[in-house]
Design a protein around this ligand. Structure first.
Ligand SMILES: Cc1cc2nc3c(=O)[nH]c(=O)nc-3n(C[C@H](O)[C@H](O)[C@H](O)COP(=O)(O)OP(=O)(O)OC[C@H]3O[C@@H](n4cnc5c(N)ncnc54)[C@H](O)[C@@H]3O)c2cc1C
Length: 378
């Protein structure tokens, strides 16, 4: 039997995980990436047990652990360093932090699909014989039996499937960096101020990832002040080691934080959305990439079982939509709490963190981290 051709648009976490998870021999996968190389930005990513179980199933878990740090304890602090609360995740899998390029590197190393750089997809056309023609920005075009839209929050493929406009900016921007230090903090932390926050995650051997947020306009420019001077103004008097981590970081990335209203209908005519293209979320739960991994795995399992059929696509959505929606809502809510500016509201928030026992915070959060898609009967 001739193999069916699947195009995966986007070589990010979702696209690569889908390609790795699809086990049926009936398909040839081709991954198309818009950028001129398959790679990731210089920032850290937290990977929780709900995604690590997939990596374990795919045989990548030990490779990933080699370059990752474990988040054994997460402290919630105020800007002067007072600890308001903490949580200590415990379970079958750890919570880890890893450089994005390292995670991506492991996924890439094991991917057997055909890979094409400089192949940004411009549009999709349906043909009379039930195929899909992808038109690329480089002028080429090619026919496929199915298209997986894994092209992130600004997805072109989502325009074809749902067409619900631009993502929604949520009122704050984020700076991120990775830095090598000569000290050991020993834990992760999230520090909350007034409309500003800083997170620190240990990667490995003195390397830390950090992020800092501030309520600002969409894509607000740091110039003419300059990013380092601005961050010093915003966070220079926050507790150790925040000022030195920021000051010692050579490359600082900045993004505006956006998501979309969770919307059903992730597939149309053999074109199916996964990852941020389907369910983008703000990063306040550290779950966007993890749910992208869950969803990519589930879709692959549904296709393995039901083929390139509506039944497969509907089953994937049935298993994953409510979950992704819940994470989207909870992340948005945590972002609002974290970015509060009203002094009374901040006082009450801090008090709540202070009086909530650690075991309760772990219990509240564990429902997001304890899902095991590898145990779901599709
Ligand atoms: C500041 C920040 C911090 C975060 N922290 C965490 C965290 O700690 N833990 C976590 O789990 N998640 C985190 N996330 C979320 C996570 O980064 C995303 O959910 C995840 O990257 C989604 O993966 P994806 O493959 O769906 O999309 P992407 O990672 O966006 O990959 C999409 C790929 O498609 C390519 N592409 C785009 N358009 C086209 C096109 N037209 N044709 C071809 N290719 C195209 C892009 O170049 C890219 O390579 C964070 C997000 C942000 C913004």
């Amino acid at each position: 039997m001739e193999k069916q051709k699947i195009a995966i648009v986007g070589g990010g976490i979702a696209g690569l995980t889908f390609a790795l998870s699809l086990k049926s021999q009936h398909y040839d996968c081709h991954i198309f990436e818009k950028k001129d190389s398959f790679g990731e930005v210089g920032a850290a990513i937290s990977v929780f047990p709900n995604a690590l179980c997939v990596m374990d199933e795919l045989g990548l878990y030990s490779d990933i652990l080699k370059t990752a740090g474990e988040l054994k304890k997460i402290l919630i602090k105020t800007s002067n360093g007072t600890t308001l609360g903490y949580s200590e995740p415990k379970g079958e899998y750890p919570v880890i932090c890893i450089h994005r390029a390292d995670l991506h590197g492991v996924l890439l190393k094991h991917t057997k699909a055909e890979m094409y750089e400089n192949h940004g997809v411009k549009s999709i056309e349906e043909t009379n014989d039930n195929k899909l023609r992808l038109i690329f920005e480089n002028g080429k075009s090619e026919l496929f039996d199915a298209v997986i839209g894994a092209d992130g929050i600004h997805s072109e493929i989502r325009k074809y499937v749902i067409n619900d406009g631009s993502p929604i900016f949520r009122g704050y921007n984020i700076w991120r960096g990775v830095v090598k230090t000569n000290f050991d903090i020993g834990h992760g932390s999230e520090t909350m101020g007034k409309g500003q926050r800083v997170g620190i995650v240990p990667i490995k051997e003195g390397v830390y990832g950090w992020w800092a947020t501030c309520n600002e306009d969409f894509m607000q420019d740091d110039e003419p002040e300059g990013t380092q001077i601005k961050l010093k103004r915003l966070f220079g008097d926050w507790h150790h080691p925040i000022p030195s981590l920021i000051e010692d970081t050579e490359v600082i990335l900045k993004n505006s934080l956006s998501d979309r209203i969770p919307t059903k209908g992730w597939s149309k005519n053999n074109v199916i959305l996964i990852g941020d293209a389907a369910h983008p979320t703000t990063p306040n739960l550290g779950q966007g990439g993890c749910t992208a991994i869950e969803g990519a795995y589930l879709l692959a399992k549904c296709i393995d079982k039901y083929g390139l059929t509506d039944k497969a696509y509907k089953r994937y959505e049935e298993l994953h939509f409510d979950r992704a929606k819940q994470i989207n809502h909870e992340s948005l809510r945590l972002g609002k709490i974290g970015q509060l500016t009203n002094p009374l509201a901040i006082y009450l928030r801090n008090l709540l963190f202070y009086i909530t026992p650690s075991r309760i915070s772990v219990k509240l959060l564990s429902k997001y981290f304890n899902r095991r898609v590898t145990k779901i009967e599709v």
